[in-house]
Design a protein around this ligand. Structure first.
Ligand code: DMJ
Length: 792
């Protein structure tokens, strides 16, 4: 053994020790308490039955895929056939996952080993070696190809060699899967030729970046660029070719440099050439999730302390700005006190699992509990849900993240609550997602309608984690504690650190602060999950639905000159005193009382503006009242991330027209001609916000208002949010969102008027300023006009 590799070996052992000790500390913290045990224990018999049910689920899905879809990438469980790129009607960017390389089988290989099905594993490996090839003129996602294909091949290679050694089987295997993963790695490498070293989001498997379609490629997401290192390091260490690991480390270094130096937070979309941020929202879910995961797991797998130090810096920032009780809400990386979204996405459900691994158990228990309640409320965790736990986006593609966290929480605590949670998740899948040909994604958790889609992660992660949750570690063929689970739940052995890579030495940098890591262990020595969960038990039911019975005057609408408003304020218990002695804090005269009111009004305006700023530029749709064309009313609207911002006194004006069909998801509109130059209204639903915007732009509309499809929703009772896009910036017209109640008002005026209704789309803050200035002008004119009378 060379000096380097023996050092690495020692390091690897030390790492594993740290990791296990951390886990033990957590478990010890948990078990040393004398708090009451959780109520419902699960018998060994029931647990074993559930493990077998998870196994049956696997075979139901796997056989459906193998018999009806293989060698396709995915099974379409409703039509019971395979989904092929370029053959099956395209779903747009989503299809970048598919490379016609039998993805579901490759992604599933290591689950077969965990299930102990060596015969089928051997058969499947032979199929992959025989059938799978990569020389295709197809553009694929670098991130997805890496985590599902490279990771799947590597893990299967490692397990094939493991079985040769420990199960005396597969002696014919000569590392073919490793060769395949090396070839695929090379095909991904052209994506890394950028000035920053941050890889492009997509690459052509045959042509690299020479595909003309990729000429304009420049944007990627943080998770897309930052979820490469585990697989690429394993690839380098197993093949001996350092190029992969070199490129992946460089990408991680470049990303780290892009963090906001004040907040230590990262955005979600960036330009790979300039390193500029395109979207500065910062959370732990979509667009960034596995970047954090790979920082921590790179430390665990490779033992490089700098990744732990980086993880800790980001982690502290997330816990400071993004975490709010059990919730995790996006903020702006450069303005971390401003929340940028009022909803959470289901991808963040992986976070408690990562917190468990890093030793921060208490917030993990809390967030998991919140998610469990969301799941119980809506049957499945919807793709996105609002801060008051209403559905923001009702889809559920049978994602694994919540079950993954449930598994890690159970492993760390031994609390049977997590077995019960897993049971609930399993039974729900059986009841609502199982179809005769596999498991179908849920299109909308409100209706339970299915989608013709079974993503490869259903087999590689969702069912795998269920099986692991109900299995005793000693019953498994491999000791899972000796492996790191990649983000796609592929197994990479900690022993990879022993295969030292001479290219890298473990540097001690100023980023390194192991103490930070030690501090993340729950400081409360008497922590017990049940104790943490208990106060949260009615977290959701206690806080929603949040409706107000009657319409109350909101501060946003208050006008000191309006007698009704003064009365309403009085009824709320606020008394305006306008006469009396100044020394006692009361106004001296009627005029001073008036000034006091005006002062209060200004304070209110200031507060309004502050909260408006925090709401990331609240928008307004304004129109003149029926009575007086000089009198304007503004209805509250939300901005979008993908359309140009209307700043300062900019506005777009036009007559309002409803799209036909109203959802505006087709290729064109029936009233396309009429919509030219108008402010188009389209209803939310059936397709993304940004595709409605593209259609509106295509037909020449001046702006687009997307109105909500949830009856009764209102900006008065729920926070406004900014509509998300897909990272591209091709929408050049303003696009705003209106809740149903606000749109109802607009629609009522439209129906009342004989003429088309002309509106202005602008910033709310600007509208308020405009109104204030107008009121002040009117007041001045009025007082000038009144003076002679008074003097008389
Ligand atoms: C998986 O492909 C991986 O877990 C990835 O990190 C996130 N998305 C899916 C599952 O939801």
């Amino acid at each position: 053994m060379s000096a380097t590799s023996s050092e690495s070996f020692v390091h690897g052992q030390r790492l594993m020790l740290i990791f296990l000790v951390a886990l033990c500390i957590v478990v010890a913290c948990v078990l040393s308490t004398e708090t009451t045990m959780p109520t419902q224990n699960m018998s060994n018999k029931e647990r074993a039955e559930l493990r077998e049910e998870a196994r049956d689920m696997f075979y139901h899905a796997y056989n459906a895929y193998m018999q009806n879809a293989y060698p396709a990438d995915e099974l379409m469980p409703l039509s019971c056939k395979g989904r092929y790129r370029g053959v099956t009607p395209s779903r747009g960017d989503m299809d970048d996952i598919l490379g016609n390389f039998s993805m579901t089988l490759v992604d599933t290989l290591d689950t077969l080993v965990l299930l102990g099905d060596f015969t089928e594993f051997e058969h499947a490996v032979k199929l992959v070696i025989r059938d799978v090839q990569f020389d295709s003129d197809i553009i694929v996602s670098v991130f997805e190809t890496n985590i599902r294909m490279v990771g799947g091949l590597l893990s299967a290679h490692i397990l094939a060699e493991y079985l040769q050694k420990h199960a005396d089987t597969m002696h014919w295997y000569k590392g073919e899967l490793l060769e395949m993963s090396r070839e695929l790695g090379y095909r991904l490498l052209p994506a890394f030729n950028t000035s920053t070293g941050i890889p492009h989001a997509r690459v052509n498997l045959r042509l690299g970046m020479k595909d003309p379609m990729l000429k304009k490629s420049r944007e990627t997401c943080t998770a897309c660029a930052g979820t490469i290192l585990l697989e690429f390091a394993a690839l380098s260490r197993l093949t001996g070719d350092p190029i992969f690991e070199v490129r992946a480390h460089a990408a991680m270094d470049a990303l780290w440099k892009l963090r906001h130096r004040g907040s230590d937070l990262m955005g979600t979309v960036l330009n790979v050439h300039s390193g500029d941020w395109v979207r500065r929202d910062s959370g732990v879910g979509a667009g960034i999730d596995s970047y954090y995961e790979y920082l921590f797991k790179s430390y665990v797998l490779l033992g490089d302390d700098k990744y732990l130090a980086r993880f800790n810096r980001h982690y502290n920032a997330v816990m400071k700005y993004v975490s709010e009780g059990p919730m995790l809400l996006d903020v702006l990386m450069h303005r971390p006190h401003a929340k940028s979204k009022n909803f959470m996405d289901s991808l963040l459900a992986f976070w408690p699992g990562l917190q468990v691994l890093s030793g921060d158990l208490k917030p993990a228990v809390q967030t998991h509990e919140m998610l469990y309640q969301v799941m119980q409320m809506h049957t499945f965790i919807p793709e996105a849900f609002t801060v008051d736990f209403q559905i923001h986006w009702g889809q559920h593609p049978l994602r694994p993240e919540f079950i993954e966290s449930t598994y890690f929480l159970y492993r760390a605590t031994g609390d049977h609550h997590y077995l019960q949670v897993g049971k609930k998740a399993l039974k729900t899948l059986q009841q609502y997602a199982k179809v005769s040909c596999g498991y179908a994604a849920v299109n909308d958790v409100r209706t339970g309608k299915h989608e013709d889609r079974m993503d490869s992660f259903v087999l590689s992660e969702t069912i795998k984690y269920l099986f692991l949750l109900f299995s005793d570690p000693q019953d498994l063929i491999i000791n899972v504690d000796e492996f790191v689970f990649t983000t796609e739940a592929h197994l990479l052995p900690l022993s990879i650190a022993q295969l030292g890579n001479a290219t890298f030495s473990f540097r001690q940098t100023d980023e390194h602060n192991v103490l930070d890591f030690m501090r993340t262990c729950p400081s409360s020595n008497r922590l017990f999950p049940e104790k943490v969960r208990k106060p949260l038990r009615n977290f959701i039911t206690g806080s929603c639905p949040r409706t107000t019975a009657g319409k109350r005057l909101s501060a946003l609408d208050f006008q000191a000159s309006n007698a009704d408003h003064l009365r309403a304020v009085y009824d709320m218990g606020i008394t305006m005193v306008s006469v009396g002695d100044r020394s006692q804090g009361k106004a001296k005269s009627h005029e001073e009382g008036e000034m006091g009111l005006q002062f209060m009004q200004e304070m209110l305006e200031l507060t309004k503006m502050q909260s408006i700023n925090q709401l990331a530029q609240l928008q307004a749709v304004a129109y003149a009242t029926d009575e007086n064309p000089q009198d304007w009313i503004a209805l509250m609207a939300g901005p979008s991330h993908f359309s140009p911002e209307l700043t300062g006194d900019q506005f777009v004006q036009g007559d309002v027209i409803l799209a036909k069909p109203l959802r505006a998801c087709d290729e064109s509109l029936e009233n396309a001609e009429e919509a030219k130059g108008k402010v188009l209204v389209a209803e939310r639903g059936d397709c993304t916000f940004v595709s409605k915007a593209r259609l509106a732009q295509k037909v020449g509309a001046a702006a687009l208002i997307v109105c909500d499809n949830v009856p009764g929703s209102s900006g008065e009772t729920q926070p406004m949010f900014a509509m998300s896009g897909d990272g591209k910036d091709d929408v050049l017209i303003p696009v705003v969102f209106m809740y149903s109640m606000e749109f109802g008002k607009l629609s009522a005026v439209m129906q009342r008027r004989k003429q088309p209704l002309r509106v202005r789309v602008m910033q709310m803050v600007e509208f308020k300023r405009w109104q204030l200035a107008k009121e002040q002008r009117q007041n001045q004119t009025a007082s000038v006009a009144q003076k002679p009378d008074k003097e008389l």
